[in-house]
Write a protein that binds this ligand. Structure first.
Ligand SMILES: Cc1cc2nc3c(=O)[nH]c(=O)nc-3n(C[C@H](O)[C@H](O)[C@H](O)COP(=O)(O)O)c2cc1C
Length: 161
């Protein structure tokens, strides 16, 4: 793939795992990085968020998100990172896909998770029907410890480079 494609890593992270991977990917790809942030912050009580999010996911709720700090339309390729929340993408990522037009762009999804990825990648694909969604990678964390070997992530990166 051409080296002059403009790439950006767009991600949401609640406890920092997805952010860690996003930083790593952005540095390896020489890509820009944009964080998705909700207007209303989720509680800092993890268990409360887990319960609350169950309802949000069930209802495909799209929380209001802050405008991104750069214009996504300037990029050809989006490396999209989400934590898995109740077998799907985090609601803030669903908001991003609903609010921004990614038509004609190539999307490379990655999803950090605790072992149950569910239908996350299928849901991402459905939420950006006018984009080419490439094969995603699921990245397993035990708590805040990365368990997926970095070689697996590097292999996946070869699809983008
Ligand atoms: C609300 C909520 C729901 C979650 N649901 C799942 C799930 O369905 N499957 C899974 O493997 N992990 C689940 N997790 C764990 C996270 O996906 C995992 O810890 C992820 O790496 C967190 O990323 P972050 O630190 O960027 O927020 C959930 C975590 C939260 C907070």
């Amino acid at each position: 793939m051409s080296k002059d494609k403009k790439r950006v890593v767009v991600f949401y992270s609640y406890t920092g795992n997805t952010k860690k991977i996003a930083e790593n990917l952005a540095s390896k790809l020489g890509a820009d990085m944009l964080e998705i942030e909700t207007v209303k912050k989720y509680s800092s009580d993890y268990d409360e968020v887990v319960e609350h999010a169950k309802k949000e996911i069930r209802e495909s709720y799209k929380p209001e998100i802050k405008p991104l700090k750069a214009d996504v339309s300037n990029y050809d390729e989006i490396i999209l990172g989400t934590p898995v929340w109740w077998y799907s993408m985090a609601p803030a990522v669903l908001s991003f896909l609903a609010n921004y037009d990614l038509s004609g762009k190539v999307v490379y999804p990655f999803a950090t998770n605790g072992g149950w990825i569910g239908h996350t990648f299928e849901d991402i694909k459905k939420a950006c029907p006018n984009s080419t969604v490439e094969k995603g990678i699921d990245i397993y964390f035990f708590g805040s410890n990365l368990k997926t070997p970095s070689i697996k992530i590097d292999e996946w990166l070869q699809n983008i480079k």
